[in-house]
Design a protein around this ligand. Structure first.
Ligand SMILES: [Zn+2]
Length: 263
């Protein structure tokens, strides 16, 4: 009997300890879940379903003395693209020496910079690659330009000067790459809000957007990328654009528009 009582007491103690342990465990689990949810919202483990090499190109004047290299925060750029499932590969920048910008005053003309850059890069060195060139200060209100929906004509240029913060440059880069991958401007014939997201047609560099709109995500997820991560297979020729596709998608689109101080 005594043994039995002791056994019962011991069992009750064990149960109490067990309940306490379970409560502790539950509390820890709850905390873990809460922490997990919080962390998940900000840093969900991305699942990549496709990949794209994005080659930055330094456009240099004066026999290479002055070069303009697209500036970006690679980690931030990838975080922007994580929700699309696209893994971006960013090779080290390459240079085009003696690039001839068409200037208007002291600033480059954006449309000319893009067409000259595309001409200089053709034929592209590798398939599965988008090319982004850097420019000096740009005349007018645009800060970047790219062909839209143009993985078959994958060129864009962005202003690459210190006047833009690294965060703003990254958003600009993400915006132009978004065009190349087929994303339209938010609110341009679609239901996305016209401001607050990366594909807004007008933005303020002081508060650059860091997320794509739902409309953009749909477009980007539908981009015709070559294959799953790990499928890039080095240099092969990029198919020439079909004339119809080029006419359909080959229009440039302005990116972030800086608000110039009046006067
Ligand atoms: Zn744009």
């Amino acid at each position: 009997m005594t043994l039995w009582i002791r056994a019962r007491l011991a069992a009750a103690g064990a149960r109490r300890r067990s309940r306490a342990a379970r409560r502790l465990a539950a509390a820890a689990l709850g905390a873990g879940l809460i922490a997990g949810v919080g962390a998940g919202a900000a840093h969900a483990t991305p699942v990549y379903t496709s990949e794209l090499a994005v080659q930055r190109v330094s456009l240099c004047t004066d026999a290479g003395l002055t070069c303009f290299t697209p500036r970006l925060d690679a980690t931030l750029l990838q975080a922007m693209y994580d929700p699309t499932g696209i893994l971006l590969l960013l090779p080290a920048p390459i240079q085009i020496l003696n690039f001839s910008f068409v200037f208007e005053g002291a600033e480059a003309r954006l449309e000319d910079a893009l067409s000259e850059f595309a001409d200089a890069m053709r034929p592209p060195a590798a398939a599965h690659t988008a090319y982004m060139g850097g420019t000096p200060e740009i005349f007018g209100s645009g800060l970047g330009l790219a062909y839209v929906g143009a993985l078959y004509y994958p060129f864009g240029v962005v202003q690459a000067t210190d006047r833009l913060s690294l965060a703003a440059s990254t958003t600009l880069f993400a915006h132009e790459l978004g065009h190349i991958l087929g994303a339209p401007h938010d609110g341009d014939g679609n239901t996305a809000p016209t401001s607050g997201f990366i594909m807004a047609s007008v933005s303020t560099p002081a508060s650059p957007a860091t997320e794509f709109s739902g409309v953009s995500l749909l477009a980007l997820e539908g981009a015709q990328l070559p294959g799953a991560p790990g499928s890039l297979t080095g240099a092969t020729a990029v198919p020439l654009p079909a004339p119809g596709l080029l006419a359909l998608g080959g229009l440039g689109a302005l990116a972030l528009v800086r608000r110039r101080a009046k006067g």
